[in-house]
Design a protein around this ligand. Structure first.
Ligand code: ZN
Length: 428
């Protein structure tokens, strides 16, 4: 009996200029040609083109692409059992993920994978060249990322603003110094600078981040993104109040990508910021500094009053499986059943600081191992993601997003406690 191959054609161009030489229509045409010729010459198989999946402008190092996701859904549905692509670099530049798809996922789903230019067809003997080519692809993107970074660093060292958009309240002004492009920040003078001043003033009057946001929303003041349906938020206010650029200091490289594989940023320690020349800021240095110390001192009191019950919804007793609840006096959590005097469970408890440091360690380890967390909420701004990743600012909501559950075990005799943390992460 003839075997029927239900074919998915996968085509992609990235934002990478080098790759754009072959457009998506050209890739699709050549893959269709390949398929026609295969149909003609292969007498023992039947080929049926199911659909064409394409991704434009997404970087090859990330597997989160719409066309790719749609194709994977069709594989899951059993509609597709063969994937046809031009070359492996179209497919992925991330060795770990490509390896996963080629060596595990496709094999598991019994999907045949053909990469025309690489001469790879998994129906034949498993090709030794695949892992090697994948590594080359990965080295290529790593190199691109390093070269872009070097260029940006040179510009930052010259004190030129590298942002594509000026911070709210400023505008960008390009001048040329010794024929080198230099981008300065100048006060916008369109009213937005007044809003910035108002934000700093309100904060020193005792308003919190959220209260300032609510106030600006009630006045229907346009947000930095300038879109009507967007509202001011807690994190936007925080971002403005802590941005040194408002005090006339060109501080850059304050956030950095974890690595070229993950679209995730972490805060750079202050000593590694790149500071350019001073310029006319919207806020004077004294006010700015006062706001920074106020933020620090308010955070301390907030921590004692506000951020309790961080783990209430994810924490369980290892003996009776019941939730563990926060006890103010203990500064930690105790098993619900041991508290109700029901005799259902013996006293189990865990300090909140132990949980926090355990989670911190686990998160660090996971990021090191390139685990992707389910943090990619739609409409989440970069500031919001930053504040989530800054461990100190993890809210209960953040924890619920990252943590599946935490189980506390306590040895009966020795009182020795172990904490099992289960995180929610995604493979693709
Ligand atoms: Zn218990």
């Amino acid at each position: 009996m003839k075997k029927q191959w239900n074919v998915a054609i996968y085509a992609r161009v990235s934002t990478d200029k080098k790759e754009q030489q072959e457009s998506i229509p050209a890739q699709i045409d050549s893959l269709k040609l390949w398929l026609t010729s295969k149909k003609k010459h292969d007498k023992i198989n039947i080929y049926k083109l199911i659909d064409i999946y394409e991704d434009q402008g997404s970087s090859g190092s990330s597997f989160q692409r719409d066309g790719f996701i749609r194709m994977r859904e069709d594989i899951e549905e059993g509609l597709v059992n063969m994937v046809l692509t031009r070359d492996l670099s179209r497919f992925s530049r991330n060795y770990i993920m490509a390896g996963y798809y080629l060596e595990e996922y496709f094999e598991l789903k019994r999907v045949r994978f053909v990469s025309v230019l690489d001469n790879v067809d998994t129906i034949e003997d498993y090709n030794d060249i695949i892992p090697f080519k994948n590594i080359l692809n990965e080295m290529y993107i790593k190199d691109c990322s390093r070269r872009t970074k070097d260029g940006l660093k040179q510009r930052m060292l010259r004190g030129s603003c590298i942002a594509s958009k000026a911070p709210y309240g400023y505008r960008l002004k390009t001048i040329y110094v010794d024929r080198l492009k230099h981008v300065e920040l100048v006060v916008a003078c369109d009213g937005t600078e007044k809003v910035v001043k108002e934000i700093f003033r309100l904060y020193l009057c005792g308003f919190g981040f959220q209260k300032i946001a609510d106030y600006l929303n009630s006045k229907e003041i346009n947000t930095p993104s300038n879109s009507k349906d967007k509202l001011w938020s807690n994190s936007t206010i925080r971002y403005i109040l802590t941005n040194p650029k408002y005090s006339g200091v060109m501080a850059q490289h304050r956030w950095s990508k974890v690595n070229y594989k993950i679209d995730k940023v972490v805060e750079v320690p202050k000593e590694h910021w790149i500071i350019g020349e001073k310029y006319q800021g919207i806020i004077d240095k004294k006010t700015y500094d006062k706001v920074q110390t106020t933020i620090k001192s308010r955070k301390k009191t907030y921590r004692h009053k506000g951020i309790i019950h961080l783990f209430s919804s994810v924490l369980f007793c290892g003996e009776c499986n019941s939730p563990m609840y926060y006890r103010q006096k203990y500064k930690g959590y105790k098993c619900k059943n041991s508290q109700s005097f029901s005799g259902l469970c013996t006293a189990h408890s865990i300090k909140e600081e132990v949980l926090l440091s355990g989670l911190k360690e686990k998160l660090k380890e996971s990021v090191d191992n390139n685990v992707f967390f389910k943090l990619n909420k739609k409409n989440m701004s970069i500031e919001e993601i930053n504040s989530v990743l800054l461990f100190e600012n993890l809210s209960r909501q953040d924890i619920e997003q990252i943590v599946d559950k935490i189980i506390v075990h306590e040895e009966k005799n020795s009182n020795k406690k172990t904490v099992d943390i289960f995180l929610k992460f995604i493979i693709v």
